[in-house]
Design a protein. Structure first.
Length: 579
């Protein structure tokens, strides 16, 4: 049965599978996470309450803002760096907004910004954009007075200003579509779901302007704890960062449709496993075996009814029963306010999962399920049919304790150890839910700390882990080398010669998945920086060093060694850094 949304691909038996874990950058930046979650909560509440300012600015200017925002978001979705002209356009546009709106409208926007950001931070950036020298950040960057990331903070705040302007000032048709998104969440979750816990995800924004300088030197503690736990199961766990359009969450790279990890669902058009909302995303699929193999699949994974019928048919041909369930959500805890927010998702693996009878002491299968998702589906015809056909009683449905919901406990992973024995990798719990699963001794592995911040990036433990073909895991694209225009020609030649003589330097960066390395004149006290979003490294030289070309090669080696050592430490990757 042909279907554009589905192709079942059998893995080459010669291609060994290895356990892999995703590194999600930026999760040590507590204030940035707080701003992101506060932003999503504010969007939901304001759309739900239909709060808007249609007279904020002239309609033509609002339309210009909308087009600009579309360009920026397109770069974000492709995980690409926003071009310098687009950055300059964003800052100029935001400056025009700040300087031209009325006093009342300025107070309205400032109040919204205070809810999202710290008042002191938002005031500093607001005043910068209101200044006649609002674009000084770009000249300061060109002259080496500030670093690229320091300049970028002003740009990111400007994009937030434009986002709020579009949200509150757009035309009725556009705003109505946004309100429909909010209403759809109400309908999806039902009356029993606390409305104050929802977040509305409209645009992927970068809140790194809230970074503290100290954050830049903090290792990602959650990633290291999860990696340590995964390597207790299997020391061969590989690491790849979540910074590439061709590599998002490890679980969303390949969706296995059976416990044997031999058949995967992919997109037909490219026969690759990437793309939002496709069956290739592992978060849309839960597999199990009890009274015969079966699959839970998210209803929102299908583009239409025909796609669902085709998938069911393909599974029937493999004697696999299919149960299509409503899409779920995941809980994200604000690290500053400790408020829990439910972030909407098309996936189901954060709200429901299956534990086979072979893993339990009472030899009974268990279904672990989020309390609010259970209220959504307890009377669902497909779910009740599953319970009946698999002979699962109410005692074997383990509902997550509400005090542990922010841990997203259904989102556990099963990784095979070196002997091929599956071990259960769960989040660190409070002892209120997991004991009810009656897992056999020796198969439960947990990190030393709670994995919480990861959820703000729309994923957690299961999302971050998968078994992937070694040929895929070993792929590493060459690192592109760029030299800024502000570097004098003799220094450019010296840089090129130094890199040509020591090609292993860029090979190290390639193995660390650095997509670009930029050499530039920069601040004296900042030898290098790394933009996680675009996986771009910046090696800085002062004007004085650039003029002493004999020292350029040595300086490159020292700074690239320092940069590589820091990055490999955060990723948990052991590499040879000797230069």
């Amino acid at each position: 049965m042909a279907n554009k949304n589905l192709v079942l691909v059998e893995r080459n038996k010669q291609d060994t599978l290895v356990p892999m874990i995703t590194f999600v950058p930026g999760l040590s930046q507590q204030e940035a996470i707080h701003c992101n979650l506060s932003h999503m909560a504010l969007l939901y509440e304001d759309c739900r309450n239909k709060i808007r300012k249609p007279d904020l600015l002239e309609p033509d200017f609002i339309l210009k803002c909308q087009y600009l925002l579309d360009e920026v978001i397109s770069c974000y979705l492709k995980v690409q760096r926003v071009s310098l002209p687009l950055q300059m356009n964003a800052v100029e546009t935001a400056s025009n907004i700040v300087r031209s709106i009325t006093k009342d409208h300025a107070a309205f926007l400032k109040h919204r910004l205070t809810i999202i950001c710290q008042e002191t931070v938002s005031t500093v950036f607001w005043n910068t954009l209101a200044s006649p020298s609002y674009a000084a950040c770009f000249s300061d960057y060109s002259n080496g007075k500030i670093s690229y990331l320091q300049c970028k903070r002003t740009v990111d705040f400007a994009i937030l200003i434009i986002t709020l302007t579009v949200l509150y000032g757009c035309d009725d048709d556009y705003y109505s579509r946004i309100v429909e998104m909010s209403d759809a969440l109400d309908n999806k979750h039902g009356k029993e779901f606390p409305a104050t816990k929802r977040g509305l995800y409209l645009w992927p924004l970068d809140f790194s302007f809230m970074e503290n300088d100290a954050d830049l030197n903090i290792d990602n503690i959650e990633h290291r704890a999860l990696l340590k736990a995964a390597r207790v199961i299997n020391p061969g766990v590989k690491v790849q960062p979540c910074t590439s359009p061709s590599l998002l969450w490890a679980r969303d790279t390949i969706a296995w449709v059976g416990n044997d990890l031999f058949v995967a669902a992919v997109k037909e058009d490219t026969e690759s496993s990437f793309g939002c909302g496709q069956l290739s995303e592992g978060g849309n699929i839960i597999v199990g075996d009890h009274n015969g193999p079966f699959i839970f699949v998210s209803q929102e994974a299908f583009s239409d009814v025909g796609s669902e019928l085709a998938f069911t048919y393909e599974m029937d041909m493999r004697n696999i029963q299919t149960y299509s369930l409503p899409a779920g959500f995941l809980w994200a805890r604000d690290p500053v306010s400790q408020t829990d927010y439910a972030l909407d998702s098309i996936h189901i693996d954060t709200v429901i999962n299956f534990i086979p009878s072979s893993a339990t002491c009472d030899e009974k299968p268990k279904v672990i399920i989020d309390p609010f998702y259970h209220s959504m589906i307890r009377n669902n015809e497909t779910f009740t049919r599953f319970l009946d056909q698999k002979s699962i009683t109410g005692d074997d449905i383990v509902i997550v304790d509400e005090s542990e919901r922010y841990l997203n406990l259904p989102n556990f992973s099963i990784l095979p150890d070196q002997n091929g024995v599956g071990k259960f990798l769960f989040n660190k719990d409070k002892g209120l839910t997991i004991p009810k699963l009656h897992l056999k001794p020796g198969i439960l592995v947990q990190p030393d700390i709670e994995i919480v911040n990861m959820a703000s990036a729309f994923g957690t433990i299961r999302c971050a882990t998968n078994m992937l073909p070694i040929s895929y895991v070993n792929e590493a694209n060459p690192t592109a080398i760029m030299i800024s225009d502000n570097v004098p020609t003799p220094a450019k030649v010296a840089i090129a010669n130094a890199l040509g003589a020591k090609k292993h330097l860029t090979a190290i960066l390639s193995s660390l998945f650095v997509s670009r390395l930029v050499f530039s004149i920069g601040p004296q006290n900042i030898p290098w920086e790394y933009d996680y979003f675009s996986s771009t490294g910046y090696i800085y030289f002062t004007q004085e060093i650039m003029e002493q070309t004999d020292f350029v090669g040595k300086t490159i080696a020292e700074r690239m060694e320092s940069f590589s050592a820091s990055l490999s430490g955060q990723l948990g990757m052991e590499i040879s850094l000797k230069i």
